[in-house]
Write a protein that binds this ligand. Sequence first.
Ligand code: SF4
Ligand code: SF4
Length: 192
Amino acid sequence: MNQSNEPNTHPLAAIQSMVRACIQCGTCTGSCPNADEMDLTPRHMWRRVIMGHLDRIMTSRTFILCSDCYTCTLRCPRGLPLTDAMEMLKGIAFARQEKKHRHPRHFYEQFLATVRRHGRIRELEFMSRYFTTVRNPMVPLRFAPMGLKLIQKGKVELGFGHATDTPLAPLFDKVAAMDQAAPESAAEEDQA
Ligand code: SF4
Ligand code: SF4
């Protein structure tokens, strides 16, 4: 933690300021539907963030498994923006191109590329894009049994459809601009 007047340039600085008031009560962990699958519980993650353990955090799958349900954010007695903090950890891992999170990054990128193209998800196009990007024949094989079940139940729309001029483009452009401005904002907040 930065105790001087020097700007805190630690990669976790912005997230540290978000969770600094954590009292380690464990409510977030007890509320999280995905905690059993996480290698670091949410409470443990915030402790690691405050301690600045970037390397350990970047090898964790905790933030990748966060499904943005906001339960922890709603229940935290300190009112901390925990879901946003999990999202920021994803952003750091993806920006650093962490090898461990290469597949999830491709998954998110291709999901969003499909939504941008059609204004909604088109499962067949999305999964085709994802499999092409990961370039690992084992990945489609792993997904095959689930894909077949979903197709049988009519949950997957077959066909790629046509790209449409969706009204979502300005929204994606705005998010991209906010992403670019984010490091500056975080540094300013830290100096305030
Ligand atoms: S619920 Fe809030 S205060 Fe309690 S451990 Fe989680 S982040 Fe910390
Ligand atoms: S927002 Fe993420 S970390 Fe929080 S309870 Fe939901 S899945 Fe767990």
